[in-house]
Ligand binder design. Structure first.
Ligand SMILES: Nc1ncnc2c1ncn2[C@@H]1O[C@H](COP(=O)(O)OP(=O)(O)OP(=O)(O)O)[C@@H](O)[C@H]1O
Ligand SMILES: [Zn+2]
Ligand SMILES: [Zn+2]
Length: 826
């Protein structure tokens, strides 16, 4: 048997399957999706089996054999191997990257080398002490250990290897072993145990205590726990093991990050009419086992989560599994609690704050079938379930569903692909769907076919959406108010303080200054490696580059003109916090931003403090906009709505509208009425005006008109190709060549026509131009944007051009990165 193996080497040249013979001993074990160790360039590397066949593509007598099978159960399923091929083709990534994104980091094995003596090798010349060492270790000793613990052998080891007296073997070791605990198993035959207890001498009082306990509780128990509970020594328990009155075995233990918490079980709520209609549509699709993607457009507080919960329950009743994606940022305890509360331990939670070990254990719960619901951020879309019935993507418009490094996949598109493989339902949920999803769900359907659009236009509580007031900050300034709070927001904050109610303040952080500037000469601190200003961190008094990590002490005087008038602009939220303290003495503020939430549980600790009403104001960035459900929040204030409007990003208006709508949705969700105040310098902008009126449809109409005129998604699709090199001429040459070749290819296929031509298939190539960050990590960057429409395989074209380009010596050292469906193209 021959195994086709993708070997884990990060090189484009070796990114294809290699053939290996399968040793007979593992023939029955190996499967598509198995992880193996294979000899490759003189070492043993990790690889994945992507195919098995009887015949090899090359002379099979020359083939090497698979060195080891790394897991008894393959970590990947055959459908995931197929999915990885789709990922490569769509996102122009390597097969290693595509497979790597599907498995937990703990399974990214690392090579270990062992030194030993092969049989029948003459070793008289080796020092006795070294041979002894090796023998004592069972014939093979880890190279690392040998060098560290017995440095005196270094010379002999080198000599032994050179002369062939010693051999090296390598093997793959998982980065994290499965954790085990010693567990005591009582004898099944309790009668015999009781008899043995009777027969024990009084002097063995401790052993008798143990037996008594086990007779009363005849269940397996962790040895350490038993010893502690009964205050006996471990040796006492060991003594009983010798007498065969119990057995001690290692049992796999899982690190359950939520293990120390208990969740109150909840029961399904009686659904409202709107919820019921949506639920039954989803259930129909799950039952049909035909893939279908639906868009649940429900206003904030419309009860989307309850619909998710009941749909999942239905899915489980059909014997299938469910995946729920939520943005990382809203994977709060509040959210997890709602799922754990309904489905208990059948829920596996995957998010980035887990340690590699915890993540691995959650993943194993899924792989082994002990968990049937996976909830997590982006990468949870790769949860290794066998029969997926339902995939839910909450807040589907969130940009965090797109991975920024290769493979640059969008979880929404992967979800649709996986659902096709499994015949599953996909539910995209949002109060402010992305324009792409909304356009896709509103397309014309064949007569009689059910619509993919699932609307929930009203709040469960029956309360109206909160009243939104827009304050024009220009007229505040004209009237002499220079504070960052308008008179209106100031007054309302005061009212909340008096009434003991809570407020949420959002600072739209994007675009806010955190840099260092000299007021005399205009000098700004910039990164020496990237064309970008350094960011000031108040806590450490450092200026730091967000792209390459370069950091230096904040200068005390201007390095350029030596003036003392150098100013530090702290993070926006810090400034607001200081201002609040000045204006409202004694006010209790919880600040939530990247600085205050870096600790492992910082995010949830801050939120629960706010939930316990230990603060009057929750002040923060985007983080405070999502998913929070606090009954005493009656005021939401947006400090400056338009900082994100003026970014050179074609989604700027959409992002602003989404953010304002989301944060407005935090107010008045329960019995108390809520109010929202939006401060802005451009009150007439439709993103602000429409969010004031809670008018999603109106916003979409306007925004679609702009996108159509400018030819942006959803009227076309985009691919961004970025090239970099340390030398400017090299990157210019490569990017010119790339643009010319891609145009030629498109021309050849007859699709190089302007999008405005109205032709169903069209490709436009923009650039090359210098990227907005023209230099990063000492590399110059140029980019091309490809806009296209219709069934054009742009990824394939890009890959073809890159392959031929990279073969040429002239373009050696040029790095390419391809982003298909990029979120931002500045
Ligand atoms: N059928 C129902 N009967 C009673 N209460 C319900 C029902 N459905 C949901 N709720 C409650 O209504 C509140 C809002 O629901 P939920 O948080 O699910 O809304 P949502 O649409 O997910 O909100 P958002 O998108 O704003 O986060 C919650 O407190 C929830 O427990
Ligand atoms: Zn200066
Ligand atoms: Zn830098």
């Amino acid at each position: 048997m021959i195994a086709k193996v993708i070997v884990d080497v990060p090189s484009r040249q070796t990114d294809r399957p290699f053939d290996y013979k399968v040793p007979e001993a593992i023939e029955d074990w190996i499967e598509v999706g198995s992880r193996v160790g294979v000899p490759f360039g003189g070492r043993v590397l990790q690889g994945f089996v992507v195919g098995l066949s009887e015949t090899a593509t090359v002379d099979s007598s020359k083939l090497k054999a698979v060195a080891e099978l790394l897991d008894p159960v393959p970590p990947l399923l055959p459908d995931m191997v197929e999915l990885s091929e789709w990922l490569c083709a769509k996102y122009c990534c390597s097969r290693t990257q595509a497979l790597g994104v599907m498995i937990p980091a703990a399974l990214k094995g690392k090579e270990e080398r062992y030194i030993g003596i092969e049989e029948d090798v003459e070793t008289v010349l080796l020092p006795e002490a070294l041979k002894e060492e090796i023998r004592e270790n069972g014939g093979w000793i880890k190279l690392e250990r040998l060098l560290r613990s017995f440095p005196e052998h270094a010379g002999s080891v080198k000599e032994g290897l050179r002369s062939g007296m010693l051999a090296v073997r390598s093997s793959i070791k998982d980065r994290l072993a499965v954790r085990t605990v010693l567990t005591v198993f009582p004898l099944e035959d309790t009668v015999a145990m009781a008899a043995a207890k009777q027969a024990m001498p009084r002097s063995a009082a401790k052993q008798i205590t143990v037996l008594e306990h086990l007779l009363e509780h005849p269940y397996p128990v962790a040895m350490a726990q038993l010893a502690k509970e009964l205050s006996v020594a471990v040796s006492t328990i060991r003594a009983l093991e010798k007498k065969e009155l119990l057995s001690i075995r290692e049992v796999e233990k899982e690190r359950d990050p939520y293990g120390d918490r208990s969740y109150e079980r909840t029961v399904p709520l009686a659904l409202t009419k709107e919820q019921e209609a949506v639920y039954s549509r989803i259930a129909d699709v799950i039952r049909s086992e035909h893939h279908f993607t639906m868009l649940l457009h429900g206003v904030t507080g419309s009860g989307k989560t309850e619909v998710y919960l009941q749909s999942i329950q239905y899915c489980l009743e059909q014997g299938k599994q469910a995946i729920v994606l939520v943005p990382e940022i809203s994977l709060t305890p509040q959210m997890v609690e709602r799922f754990k509360g309904r489905f208990g331990t059948a829920v596996a939670v995957l998010h980035s704050r887990l340690s590699d070990g915890e993540r691995y254990d959650e993943w194993r719960k899924i792989r082994s079938g002990r968990a049937v619901v996976a909830i997590g951020a982006r990468s949870a879309i790769f949860a290794p379930f066998r029969h997926i019935g339902l995939i839910i993507i909450d807040e589907e418009h969130e940009s965090s569903y797109k991975q920024e490094e290769s493979p640059k996949y969008h979880a929404r598109d992967v979800a649709v692909r996986r659902a096709k493989q499994h015949g599953a339902a996909v539910v995209l949920g949002s109060a402010t769907p992305s324009l792409e999803s909304f356009a896709a769900a509103s397309r014309d359907m064949p007569p009689g076919a059910p619509s993919p659009l699932l609307p929930m236009p009203s709040r469960v509580s029956g309360r109206p959406l909160p009243e939104v007031e827009v304050v024009d900050m220009r007229s505040e300034l004209r009237d002499g108010n220079r504070s960052m709070f308008s008179r209106k927001l100031h007054g309302e904050l005061l009212r909340r303080l008096e009434r003991g109610e809570q407020s949420v303040l959002l600072l739209n952080r994007r675009g806010y200054s955190t840099f260092v500037m000299c007021r005399s000469c205009g000098y700004t601190a910039a990164c020496p490696h990237c064309d970008i200003s350094l960011t000031y961190h108040q806590k450490t008094r450092l200026v730091r580059c967000h792209y390459c990590g370069h950091a230096e002490a904040a200068p005390g005087q201007c390095p350029s003109c030596e003036s003392e008038h150098i100013r530090y602009f702290g993070t926006g939220t810090q400034k607001v916090e200081e201002e609040l303290a000045k204006l409202f003495p004694g006010i209790r503020v919880i600040r939530m931003d990247v600085d205050t939430t870096s600790g492992k549980h910082a995010h949830e600790r801050l939120l629960s403090q706010f939930g316990e009403r230990k603060a009057d104001v929750l002040l923060g960035t985007q983080m405070v906009a999502k998913g929070l459900d606090f009954p005493y929040v009656t005021l939401v204030g947006v400090i400056a709505a338009d900082t994100s409007l003026n970014l050179p990003d074609f989604r700027a208006a959409e992002r602003t509208f989404q953010l304002l709508t989301q944060v407005a949705g935090r107010a008045g969700r329960h019995h108390l009425e809520g109010e929202v105040i939006i401060q802005t310098y451009s009150p007439e902008h439709y993103a602000i005006a429409k969010s004031q009126q809670h008018d999603y449809a109106g916003f979409v109409r306007e925004e679609l008109r702009h996108r159509s005129v400018m030819a942006y998604p959803p009227y076309c699709r985009l691919a961004l190709v970025l090239m970099s090199h340390e030398q400017l001429p090299a990157v210019i040459a490569a990017s010119d060549r790339f643009a010319a070749e891609i145009r030629e290819l498109a021309q050849h296929e007859g699709v190089l026509v302007p999008l405005s031509s109205g032709r169903p298939r069209a490709v436009e190539v923009l650039g090359p131009v210098a990227s907005s960050i023209a230099r990063m990590k000492d590399r110059y960057r140029f980019q091309c944007v490809i806009k296209y429409r219709g069934s054009v395989d742009v990824s394939g074209m890009v890959q073809r051009v890159l392959q031929s380009l990279l073969k040429e010596t002239a373009h050696r050292g040029v790095q390419f990165s391809v982003d298909v469906d990029p979120q931002v193209i500045i």
